[in-house]
Design a protein around this ligand. Structure first.
Ligand SMILES: Nc1nc2c(c(=O)[nH]1)N[C@@H](CN(C=O)c1ccc(C(=O)N[C@@H](CCC(=O)O)C(=O)O)cc1)CN2
Length: 297
């Protein structure tokens, strides 16, 4: 093996991810790996899934160019190859942080957790703004130096409030909206505009206990497991495609308050995991389901 073929010579700081999906057909893996090999792009991680029910194939390839390449040229060349397989694809710079806008009401535990992971570099995101229908968490945002927008909402002002939120999303260039315990239901129009770009944390193991008070519902049922669900937001409340879920054992001694205390930790971890998976381009949306290529760290 000549030294120039050794991965160590790959341009260390340049890392890209190719994600693609196409109808299940022979050659779909070679389409990607052969294309990258021919262009001396070293594959650092490769995951595939063939959905035999949907007859659909999914692939995610992370790669480092071994030579100084123009990624736009690579994209144009792959477009021609991918069209022969009817593949829907993207090649993205893995280092570029996902620009986020976080929405919250009064509970701060998920927001605190995301802010900590962001500040410590454990999430490849850029938090452009925090939006809330209450003033309560303004101090937390100020402490982190992030713009805070207090946009109150009522049934009468919902349409105008959502127009203000949408304006902020466009103004900040947010690519992902994170509902970190935002306790207002987004309209059908907002959900349509945010399809696949808004993640909500629901404080139960969906599809169980939908709605605003899942811990009380869980207590009434005497559950022995409590959980949380991170999902893409859809117009149907708590029905969106699930990205990640977490669960912990509980018992008869758990009051609704103790269930909520246990649940908060699960919510933090489950939402952070979903934001990480999305920001690393590891989640494919397929109808009301997801295909998730989990990472190793
Ligand atoms: N279109 C959607 N919007 C939102 C979703 C969603 O799944 N689709 N999830 C919620 C978060 N959530 C549960 O995870 C939730 C939030 C609020 C309610 C609710 O009934 N809210 C009442 C008002 C409550 C209040 O003012 O405190 C209401 O809107 O009438 C249910 C579930 C975020 N948005």
């Amino acid at each position: 093996m000549t030294p120039s073929n050794a991965p160590a010579t790959a341009t260390e700081d340049r890392l890209y991810v190719l994600t693609g999906t196409c109808p299940s057909v022979l050659g779909s893996v070679e389409l990607v790996t052969g294309f990258l090999f021919q262009r001396r792009c070293y594959v650092t991680e490769l995951q595939t899934f063939d959905d035999t029910e949907g007859k659909q194939f999914y692939i995610r390839a992370e790669f480092r160019p071994m030579d100084d390449i123009d990624i736009e040229v690579v994209r144009n060349e792959f477009a021609e190859a991918a069209s022969r397989y009817d593949m829907t694809w993207q090649i993205r710079d893995s280092r570029r942080p996902t620009r986020c806008l976080i929405m919250v009401s009064k509970y701060d535990h998920c927001l605190q957790d995301l802010l900590h992971r962001y500040q410590t570099g454990h999430l490849n995101i850029d938090i452009a703004a925090i939006v809330s229908n209450h003033p309560d968490l303004q101090g937390l945002a100020a402490w982190h130096g992030i713009p805070y927008y207090h946009l109150p909402i009522s049934a009468e002002t919902k349409a105008r409030q959502e127009a203000q939120v949408w304006h902020l999303i466009e103004q900040t260039g947010a690519e992902l909206v994170v509902l970190a315990r935002y306790m207002q239901v987004l309209s059908e129009d907002m959900c349509s505009k945010l399809h696949g770009k808004a993640i909500n944390i629901h404080h139960s193991l969906l599809p169980g206990f939908k709605g605003a008070r899942p811990y009380h519902q869980a207590w009434e049922k005497g559950v022995k497991l409590v959980g949380a669900t991170a999902h893409y937001v859809s117009e149907d409340l708590d029905e969106g495609p699930i990205i990640s879920q977490g669960v912990e054992a509980v018992d008869h001694s758990f009051t609704p308050e103790k269930l909520a205390n246990k649940g908060r930790d699960i919510e933090r971890l489950t939402l952070a995991k979903a934001v990480k998976l999305h920001s690393e381009h590891r989640v494919f949306l397929t109808g009301n389901r997801t295909v998730v290529f989990a990472g190793h760290n």
